[in-house]
Design a protein around this ligand. Structure first.
Ligand SMILES: Nc1ncnc2c1ncn2[C@@H]1O[C@H](COP(=O)(O)OP(=O)(O)OP(=O)(O)O)[C@@H](O)[C@H]1O
Ligand SMILES: N[C@@H](CCO)C(=O)O
Length: 317
């Protein structure tokens, strides 16, 4: 049997959740990464956290650090005492921008702890813990597994009532290789908590039907890359109409992306990053148009064409 490692690095992709109509249930992993290196410390130590990379000074290095809390959570789940650990975090995913930075910390902490504990949990069990910590599946599932994923609660909800875990069914959504995600990341933050506060607690039957139909259409549109379907499917009535006002310049960036040939544009996760889906031949032009539109509102944005990450959380020693 191979020895349990004492140092491990977990690389976790950014994610874009919702994709319009799939509020809280669909997300895709993107080729933008955070890295978490875990090293066991001598017995008398407690913990140490070192952060570098994009906006590193914005991540706390105390015991409430989300990656460390997730690390502790896994040991608690196992009923084991957590070992003293050093966590070195290299950030490539900007914080509180709707690109799943919190999901990377949760997945990184859980996967790192599981490996250092000798891998007692399966990938599916780690995933169920990650969903319970984040509260919704749409970022943590693709962050762990890669690709575009849809999550739905399963039938057997009572399987582990003592652990208070919901049983989730996950399916992968094929993504046509000509469809490119362009992310426009502005230089201001929007916390998920704030972006959830503005949502109504009830919706009309018409809005529920609208979103059900458009999510179904979106799945087939992503698979086939069919233009008309992609254009129509990126509409939503559950969250975006309420969140747009929190994102200055939203209308201008939307108009610029569409005028340049994007299929559509959605709010990435809880925002404020805006995500356009574009045919690959047009991605460079859409990047320029979205950058310029936000600049005209005095907002600096990092706009880039990415790809769908297919690996998810990757472990290296
Ligand atoms: N690498 C990290 N290490 C530790 N904590 C992190 C890390 N990345 C994010 N966090 C925590 O997550 C918070 C951001 O979470 P929030 O849900 O508001 O945004 P997000 O995850 O980037 O966006 P979204 O959920 O819309 O995709 C940060 O303020 C920080 O507390
Ligand atoms: N589905 C979540 C993603 C952000 O964590 C939301 O839009 O609030």
């Amino acid at each position: 049997m191979p020895a349990t490692p004492t140092t491990i690095t977990v690389t976790v992709p950014a994610t874009t959740a919702n994709l319009g109509a799939g509020f809280d249930c669909i997300g895709a992993a993107l080729t933008l990464y955070n890295q978490f290196k875990f090293s066991l410390l001598p017995e008398q130590a407690t913990f140490e956290i070192i952060v570098s990379g994009v906006e590193a000074d914005r991540v706390n290095t105390g015991s409430d650090n989300l990656a460390y809390q997730s690390f502790l959570n896994l040991y608690q789940h196992l009923g084991k005492t957590p070992p003293p650990v050093k966590i070195e975090i290299e950030l490539g995913v900007p914080l509180a921008r709707g690109l799943g930075s919190s999901a990377t910390a949760i997945v990184g902490g859980l996967v790192g702890a599981n490996v250092l504990a000798g891998s007692p949990l399966s990938q599916n069990e780690v995933m169920q813990c990650a969903i319970a910590l984040e509260g919704h599946p749409d970022n943590v599932v693709p962050a762990l597994l890669g690709g575009c994923r849809l999550a739905a609660t399963g039938l057997n909800q009572a399987s582990k009532p003592e652990e208070n875990l919901t049983n989730w069914e996950i399916c992968d959504i094929p993504w046509h290789s000509d469809v490119v995600p362009v992310v426009a990341i502005p230089d201001f933050e929007l916390s998920t908590a704030e972006a959830r506060r503005v949502l109504p607690s009830e919706y009309s039957r018409a809005d529920a039907i609208f979103n059900t139909a458009h999510l179904g259409l979106l799945l087939r549109a992503l698979e086939t890359g069919r233009k008309n379907w992609l254009q129509a499917s990126l509409q939503d009535r559950i969250h975006q109409p309420y969140r747009q006002a929190l994102i200055p310049g939203y209308d201008a960036v939307y108009s610029a992306a569409i005028a340049t040939g994007a299929y559509g544009m959605v709010i990435s996760g809880a925002g404020p990053t805006l995500l356009a889906l574009v045919d690959k031949s047009l991605s460079a032009a859409v990047v320029t148009a979205m950058t310029d539109a936000w600049q005209q509102h005095g907002i600096k944005a990092d706009v880039k064409a990415l790809q769908i990450d297919t690996k998810g959380a990757a472990i290296s020693s």
